[in-house]
Design a binder for this molecule. Structure first.
Ligand code: SAH
Ligand code: SF4
Length: 405
């Protein structure tokens, strides 16, 4: 593929990402963002950029079964001198039956000796519900789930146009500090483990199963920045995609990123099969930086180079999210600027009216401005959708329930 148009600088200054709210007296356990400068000139041979280590559960934690792939579960059971068939049965109970506990009565095919060992050394990750809320229109149900250690994360069950989708979190809080986002306003607490990410999908699957339905769509658009927790997120996606388990189609999983350039390049180089959405919100570096502090570390030109690289390498379109803020980024000039920025790229723009948050003074873009914006994109052959602002009455914007709960 041709190299990206703009050669990157050899090095980038190690920018810091201040959260939008002042830090508390005790320092937050923020895993440092990669210090290796991200490159916008990727090549197939490029090594994976340094990403933060896999999140570590508390030291006294039992082995979390939901963090294991099917092969790893099999290896574990075989290493305990049990035949592999029991691993297959256990996997079936965990993902097909979606059992919520290591309970002999719920898993009659598992021999007592194996069950004893499982109960002594392992746990399934079931996250207690601290709070739940249903939107007035009935289309959105939001769960505030408690992690081991006490942090709370959001998982949302959404029903749009006949589809059921789970919106899941990848971190407790977020280090990226986008000014309009409730999660950004609360700062970063910790990465989720792969098991904690899978557990959210299973939580929704249990609810749907009880209603005779099945989970088919997952979006990583809840709390946190998924590409800041790359390894755990990708492991969770592999587990959720396993055909003998939750069996989610790769194209039924969409990961949304604020624009972590090395993560996008890595997804392209690893031919990650899941869909990618990039939160753009502005078409110039200056305007983007005012909304998205992470743009200092990963400037717009490098981000667009990485996106073009991804699209060309995988021959797959990218979804670009654009939160419409009245007067700030929803004018006709903004629409023309984004169309120009993305020209020639396989792309679709998802326009999202701002969900007001207590920490940001902006107002949602007006409906007529959104329609005009969309018609300008259409005239430039850039497809787009306007997301219905569902669930605002239950604070269904990213991080809002956790901020209020
Ligand atoms: N960290 C990732 C994914 C989680 S946020 C990301 O930023 O892409 C998912 C989407 O919700 C992003 O596009 C984000 O910009 C948007 N979002 C966050 N807060 C919002 C709000 N108050 N109103 C509208 N969209 C918001
Ligand atoms: Fe983090 Fe995404 Fe919120 Fe930005 S919009 S603060 S990246 S969760």
């Amino acid at each position: 593929m041709p190299p990206p148009a703009t050669p990157p600088p050899a090095t980038l200054p190690p920018a810091t990402l201040p959260p939008a709210t002042p830090l508390p007296a005790t320092p937050l356990p923020v895993t440092p963002l990669p210090v290796t400068p991200p490159s916008a000139t990727p090549s197939p041979a490029m090594p994976s950029p340094a990403m933060p280590p896999l999140a570590t559960p508390p030291p006294d934690a039992l082995l979390n079964l939901h963090g294991l792939t099917r092969d790893e579960l099999r290896a574990l059971i075989v290493s305990w001198d049990f035949p592999p068939v029991h691993a297959a049965r256990l996997w079936n109970y965990l993902y097909y039956e979606a059992v919520a506990a290591l309970d002999a009565a719920a898993m009659p095919d598992i021999p007592a000796r194996l069950m004893e060992r499982l109960r002594a050394e392992c746990t399934p990750d079931v996250l207690p519900v601290a709070h739940e809320a249903q939107s007035a229109d009935g289309f959105t149900r939001k769960y505030l789930l408690t992690l081991p250690g006490g942090s709370r994360i959001e998982t949302v069950l959404m029903r749009f146009t006949g589809r059921v989708t789970a919106c899941i979190s990848s971190q407790a809080g977020c280090a990226m500090g986008c000014v309009f986002c409730a999660t950004g306003q609360m700062g970063f607490t910790r990465h989720l483990t792969a098991a904690e990410i899978v557990a959210q999908a299973l939580h929704v699957q249990r609810i749907l199963k009880a209603q005779g339905e099945r989970l088919r769509n997952v979006v990583l658009m809840g709390m946190g920045e998924p590409l800041h927790n790359y390894d755990a997120v990708m492991r969770a996606c592999e587990i959720m995609r396993d055909g003998s388990g939750l069996a989610l189609g790769a194209r039924k999983i969409t990961l949304s990123t604020v624009g972590v350039v090395p993560g996008i390049v890595r997804m392209a180089d690893e031919a990650s099969p899941i869909h990618l959405a990039v939160s753009l919100h502005a078409a110039t570096q200056k305007e983007r930086l005012a909304l998205v502090p992470a743009a200092r570390r990963w400037p717009l030109d490098q981000l667009i180079d990485a996106c073009r690289y991804y699209v060309e390498k995988l021959n797959r379109r990218i979804f670009f999210e654009w939160t419409l803020i009245d007067g700030k980024n929803d004018t006709e000039a903004h629409a023309r600027a984004v169309a120009k920025l993305l020209s020639g790229m396989q792309a679709q723009v998802n326009l999202i009216p701002l969900n007001p948050t207590s920490g940001y003074g902006g107002a949602p873009g007006r409906t007529d401005a959104a329609k005009k914006f969309q018609s300008i994109l259409a005239a430039c052959n850039l497809p787009s959708t306007i997301r219905q602002p569902r669930g605002i009455d239950i604070a269904a914007g990213c991080g809002q329930l956790a901020a209020e709960g």
